[in-house]
Design a protein around this ligand. Structure first.
Ligand SMILES: [Zn+2]
Length: 365
């Protein structure tokens, strides 16, 4: 297998170093964790996340979070595995990405030894070594011990997927037949918006958050039903407060002006929920701190353009549309339209017509 041959040859190079700028020649390999994976992608002609020349660990994580698994039973040799920091510094570590080099070996009910290949400062760059993964009792990955010489276990979300996937594009995190790599350009800055996603959303054929990531690959997306308060300044909840049985009468209302994440110290952090209407309300019920946040309301100008989903009313928008509206990003709006066209094309216009004719947002193709 070419991947193994390449990586073994690199492990045999006489000089290995840790470096933020990747260098590979017949004599040496110098790289950091994401640099190593990017060298591999280039060598194997696998597209790199979001068309970025030098993606960071957070960008690999962004893709794996969409197409990967967080279960130990799915973890196979030559998968990519990654996690990220919630607050990513401008330079330096944004998280970690590595290559799985063996089957996980069970230590006890919730701990596994794993042989990996990665590049870290502690090991002077590229090395084959061992880490420990921690799971909950259901087998979902919840933590990692990166250096066995230290006892510290980092608790974090971890995802993994085969580096050479037959179903998904590693460049955009979408099914290969719906690949958008050539049609999208990453926005020049990251958005301060944080998305809390219900686990059911990702299991659908498509979470529209995947589209948001095409433009804002560093966006913080947390998956779950109950969350600790996010550690970011001036949190505010994005939620339509019309026709709702949640009492928001005591909440302050604020307007949101989209700005670049790093240009304003007193930035507002909008928090969006990615879930069905019913589950969003449930999430608010289960997370007191969310219910108490100031409210950002958005007023949709037209009916949802997410044609393949039943919208509950003329005022309800998909997550990607609400995001685009808030961020005033027309390119993201257009991306959804393009993506819907692609999906309908793959499905067949006749099928779209017969299955979706009764939706309030049905649009003849
Ligand atoms: Zn793609």
């Amino acid at each position: 297998m070419r991947l193994q041959t390449e990586i073994n040859a690199w492990l045999d190079l006489p000089e290995k170093q840790f470096s933020r700028n990747a260098v590979l020649d017949g004599h040496q390999i110098a790289c950091d964790c994401s640099g190593l994976i990017s060298l591999l992608c280039d060598r194997l002609t696998v597209p790199k996340p979001y068309g970025l020349e030098s993606p960071r660990a957070v960008h690999y994580f962004a893709i794996l979070q969409e197409i990967g698994s967080n279960h130990i039973s799915q973890l196979k040799p030559w998968n990519l595995l990654a996690w990220r920091k919630d607050n990513v510094p401008k330079t330096g570590d944004s998280g970690h990405v590595l290559l799985v080099a063996g089957e996980p070996e069970r230590v006890d009910d919730t701990t596994y030894r794993l042989s990996v290949i990665d590049a870290t400062r502690a090991h002077n760059g590229l090395a084959r070594r061992e880490i420990r993964l921690h799971t909950n009792l259901k087998g979902h990955l919840i933590g990692v011990q990166l250096q066995l010489s230290k006892t510290k276990v980092k608790r974090t979300s971890i995802y993994h997927t085969p580096l050479l996937s037959k179903r998904y594009c590693l460049g955009c995190g979408l099914p290969l037949k719906l690949c958008l790599c050539k049609q999208v350009q990453v926005s020049g800055f990251d958005s301060s918006i944080v998305i809390l996603r219900h686990p059911d959303e990702r299991r659908k054929t498509l979470s529209t958050v995947s589209l948001i990531k095409q433009r804002y690959p560093g966006i913080l997306v947390k998956e779950g039903e109950v969350f600790n308060p996010i550690r970011r300044p001036n949190l505010a909840l994005v939620f339509p407060d019309f026709d709702s049985d949640i009492d928001f009468s005591g909440n302050k209302r604020i307007a949101y002006e989209p700005t670049a994440l790093d240009s304003q110290p007193e930035l507002t952090t909008p928090v969006m929920l990615d879930a069905t209407w019913r589950k969003s309300k449930r999430m608010l019920h289960d997370n007191d701190w969310l219910r108490e946040l100031p409210l950002i309301s958005i007023a949709p100008q037209s009916t949802s353009n997410y044609l393949l989903r039943k919208v509950p009313g003329p005022n309800s928008l998909s997550t990607v549309e609400a995001f685009a509206l808030l961020q005033e990003d027309l390119d993201l709006q257009k991306l959804l339209t393009l993506f819907m066209q692609k999906q309908i094309e793959v499905m067949g216009k006749d099928i779209y017509e017969s299955n979706y004719r009764d939706f309030i947002n049905y649009t003849p193709q």
